[in-house]
Design a binder for this molecule. Structure first.
Ligand code: ADP
Ligand code: MG
Length: 444
């Protein structure tokens, strides 16, 4: 608990990569006045001691209000016991754990991104289920898996979770997580140093390749060429490939057709922006993780207003937790309003149903009265469904209220519309484009 609080504070002071590399691998055990920190290996231990000892020690003293007087740094690992307590591992188990940690580090995987910490919701259900399958049966379930969706919706988290699951089941599996930008820059470096053969060998011998944000390959012909061969080699050997992108494979412009089509050979799944309930669930789960107190009304308040992505949601929560700790006041809705003021301005501009109807009508070149009419012709019914979905996502009105505002329809019509549009957006690029344009128009 104490260490969770310290890490959430450290996370704010350090860059993501510092935090992930040095703080994340540490495990803590509180023993009276002493906090024992365990690093997976000497390298991490020495580095942390040298660079962060003072900071960590003073944080621990502060957070524990002076109770903890000493912080020690050791090599080793902890295991959760049945009763929830931690035990220092025997040297054998510690060695196993160490191997796993090392393999994780080599694979560039972040331990915190696993399936346990991934909150399921309608918006990510399919992507999560497919990822779990692949974690259990790499190479045989679907190949490749292509996950796409907007920024901050959990694509990277899922990819790490797949890698972690595979390594935990089989530490000798060769897993590599790499961001496409990194793939490109490593390749360029290899070319400069005449080491391209080494580069090729490295990637072609992996069992699981997790390659993030492939839209970065756009326009980079040499990288695409190289990746094409890597892809083929792995695919033919039935090794698992998982790709992510911010859009549907066919939509990634600047990508060779042969790559684009291969990306769609296996299973393509979307991650949608989470709905309100899922946003609340994610906030609650993150709050528990960092040991922050988050009353339900505050969770709803934040989730209602921070809609764009989960990273921002987490940022809001961390800010609340830190401010309330420093000021020594409880987290209330009033407090949240104040602490998050700058984040909320942009989101607070309420969109009205009327504005949505106007925007949708003008986008589809029909009349607002058509949207409210009883006409079922496709040219009117589809825009009406789009408008209802936008009203559900962007306004605070209840479903019955929204139905009523659309010519006196009932709430089940709104639910049906939202489902239909979600389905269409995943498969029909025209609708997806229309929807995005409308979202942008309405939110600006
Ligand atoms: P993306 O790669 O799609 O841009 P990330 O995977 O980096 O998004 O996710 C952004 C942040 O949101 C991460 O801290 C991640 O842990 C968190 N996150 C995303 N989806 C979920 C989820 N379903 N449950 C819990 N945390 C999530
Ligand atoms: Mg990502």
């Amino acid at each position: 608990k104490l260490w969770d609080q310290c890490t959430s504070l450290l996370r704010q002071d350090l860059t993501d990569s510092e935090f992930n590399t040095w703080i994340m691998p540490l495990q803590a055990s509180e023993e009276g006045e002493r906090l024992r920190l365990f690093a997976p290996n000497r390298f991490v231990k020495d580095w942390v001691k040298q660079h962060y000892e003072t900071q960590i020690a003073s944080l621990c003293r502060g957070v524990s209000e002076g109770r903890v007087k000493q912080v020690s740094f050791e090599i080793g690992a902890l295991r959760k016991q049945e009763n929830g307590a931690s035990a220092v591992l025997s040297s054998n188990e510690a060695a196993d754990n160490l191997v796993l940690e090392q393999r994780r580090a080599e694979a560039c995987l972040n331990r915190a991104f696993n399936f346990d910490t991934f909150v399921e919701g309608k918006s990510n259900q399919i992507a999560r289920a497919a990822s779990i399958q692949i974690g259990q049966n790499p190479g045989t379930a679907y190949n490749p898996l292509f996950v796409y969706g907007g920024v901050g919706l959990g694509k990277t988290h899922l990819m790490h979770a797949i890698g972690n699951a595979i390594l935990e089941a089989n530490p000798s599996s060769r897993v590599v997580y790499v961001h496409s930008e990194r793939f490109v820059s490593d390749m360029i470096r290899a070319l400069q140093h005449n080491e391209i053969d080494k580069f090729k060998r490295l990637y072609r011998r992996v069992n699981v390749l997790l390659i993030d944000d492939v839209q970065f390959f756009a326009g980079k012909d040499r990288s695409q060429e190289e990746f094409f061969h890597t892809f083929n080699a792995l695919f033919e050997a039935q090794q698992q490939i998982v790709l992510s992108s911010d859009r549907f494979p066919k939509e990634v412009s600047g990508l060779e057709e042969r790559l684009r089509s291969r990306f769609g050979w296996g299973l393509t799944v979307a991650i949608e922006p989470p709905d309100l309930e899922t946003r609340v669930a994610i906030l609650n789960s993150k709050a528990t993780f960092i040991g922050a107190d988050l009353p339900e009304d505050v969770a709803f308040f934040v989730a209602k207003r921070v809609r764009s992505n989960i990273r921002e949601l987490e940022g809001a929560l961390r800010r609340l937790a830190a401010n309330s700790r420093f000021l020594g006041v409880p987290v209330t809705v009033e407090f949240a309003k104040d602490a998050l003021r700058d984040m909320l301005v942009a989101q607070d501009k309420q969109v009205s149903i009327e504005n949505i109807q106007k925007a949708v009508a003008s986008h589809y070149k029909i009349r607002v009265s058509d949207l409210l009419s009883s006409s079922r012709s496709r040219s009117v019914a589809r825009p009406r469904q789009v408008a209802m979905t936008l009203a559900k996502e962007l306004t605070k009105h209840s479903l019955p209220e929204i139905g009523k505002a659309f010519g006196g329809r009932d709430h089940s019509t709104v639910i049906h519309a939202a489902r239909k549009i979600a389905e269409l957006r995943a498969g029909d690029t025209m609708i997806e484009e229309d929807y995005k344009i409308l979202l942008r128009t309405l939110q600006n």
